[in-house]
Design a protein around this ligand. Structure first.
Ligand code: HEM
Length: 414
């Protein structure tokens, strides 16, 4: 089997957009990823994405950010700040859990801490299942644990959430409820179009589990890395970094620069359904596995000067998003880009980024008002509460993954 690794910015950009390159990173993670949006191809992908995109129209998250995201971030942080310490990995997951549950359409009837804890546990397990290709544990043991978690999640969360939505949809069909009365989430969209999409209960279960983990793991990871990079910047250059404490726009640049340096998905992987030749001359034979090395491409010196340096003030060439390829590109471009990373004011990313590439641009308003995104909101609240790394307990890397993840990142407040 031929494997071709692309590590240049332009090659990776082009490869993301080749229609004949099919998703191949999650073959190992089928226990939670089979038939999910991220592994569908061609027409199947287009039809599913069109349904799910409706929630992700530009403007939805701007509205969320104005209405309630700040409160969610502040309320989750408050008990940790009051106690004087937190682990950023746990804090990140807890903050983002309720948001991804909202996006996926997973109800939390009591809203209590036990529900948040259960979802946090499931999301971590599903994430371990999805990234089985990177595991250093016995894959069969991980698969069995993921199956058990899926069953529990189905019984406790998904079936009750489905029953409520089916009832609402029936009442909508009977003319009792208007469009505005229906939840705007992935599960409702899928139930509405279940026959057209041909999705059975097992697929619905995996799609919601996939959303729960895709949204939370990457956001929590970006949050922890952003805080880590920011603390280091503050030590190196207190005057420059100090300015970001009062400047959310500069803080958003810190997050985007962090995403460039530490993309939550360091590689994407595809299989060539047909031969192709890239503009730079690389030949891809049919059947080849193509590794899109996002982490390396994001440090391509032809695009990013001093590529290994964390420099939120850097200039980037026109048409290049500050996060590089951290949100992917082409048909699988991250559907949650705007929720997690926000929308830079009038920025190259709006022209060239995933939102414009993917069908997410469908129905987009042409406004360029800045949306900060959840990671920046989380980092801003953390710093405003006076967080700094815990001098007694250094951060720890994840021993069960070959990826660039923290397993623990203790901070103290004040
Ligand atoms: C900092 C946070 C995030 C990062 C770095 C990130 C990164 C990515 C990347 C690289 C891909 C493409 C993978 C590939 O091409 O193989 C992707 C796809 C996806 N992401 Fe994200 N993501 C983030 C947050 C989110 C959030 C908050 C959600 C939803 C709530 C989400 C949902 C998805 C979905 C559904 C896809 C699949 C899209 C498709 O196949 O059409 N992501 N993400």
């Amino acid at each position: 089997m031929t494997t071709i690794t692309l590590d240049g910015y332009a090659d990776v950009r082009e490869a993301f957009r080749l229609r004949d390159l099919k998703q191949a990173l999650y073959d190992e993670g089928g226990v939670v990823m089979a038939d999910c949006l991220l592994v569908l191809h061609g027409e199947d992908h287009r039809v599913r994405r069109r349904v799910e995109n409706r929630l992700f129209r530009r403007g939805t998250f701007r509205h969320w950010e104005r209405e309630f995201l700040r409160d969610v971030v502040r309320d989750t942080l408050a008990p940790f700040a009051a106690e004087g310490r937190a682990d950023l990995v746990e804090l990140g997951y807890r903050t983002i859990m309720s948001l991804t549950a909202l996006v996926a359409g997973v109800d939390r009837p009591t809203g209590g801490a036990d529900e948040a804890d259960a979802l946090y546990r499931y999301a971590k397990k599903f994430s371990e299942g999805a990234t089985l290709v990177h595991t250093t544990r016995d894959p069969e043991t991980v698969r069995a644990e993921v199956r058990a978690a899926l069953e529990e999640f189905d019984a406790t969360f998904l079936r009750p959430s489905m029953a409520r939505r089916r009832e609402l949809l029936d009442r909508h069909a009977a003319g009792e409820l208007s469009e505005q009365d229906l939840p705007r989430d992935v599960l409702t969209g899928l139930l509405r179009h279940q026959d057209e999409l041909g999705v059975d209960h097992e697929i619905l279960l995996r799609e919601c589990a996939f959303y729960l983990q895709a949204g939370s793991h990457s956001t929590a990871d970006a949050f922890t890395h952003s805080a880590d990079e920011f603390f280091a910047w503050l030590r190196r250059d207190p005057a420059a970094a100090g300015k970001a404490l009062d400047d959310p726009v500069l803080l958003q640049r810190c997050v985007h620069e962090t995403l460039r340096l530490h993309p939550a998905s360091p590689v994407a992987r595809r299989r060539a359904l047909a031969p192709a030749v890239l503009r730079g001359g690389t030949e891809i034979p049919e059947g080849a596995v193509v590794v899109l090395d996002i982490a390396a491409a994001n440090r391509d010196p032809r695009v990013f000067e001093r590529p290994d340096e964390f420099d939120p003030l850097r200039e980037v060439p026109a048409g290049v998003p500050r996060w590089g390829h951290a949100f992917g590109g082409g048909m699988h471009a991250c559907i949650g880009t705007e929720l997690a990373g926000g929308v830079p004011e009038v920025d190259s990313a709006v022209v060239d980024g995933p939102v414009a590439d993917g069908a997410a641009a469908d129905g987009a308003e042409q406004e360029h008002e800045r949306v900060l995104g959840t990671v920046t909101l989380m980092l801003s609240a953390l710093l405003a509460a006076g967080a700094r790394s815990d001098p007694q307990r250094p951060p720890r890397r994840d021993p069960n993954s070959s990826r660039d993840h923290f397993a623990s990142y203790p901070v103290v407040f004040g």
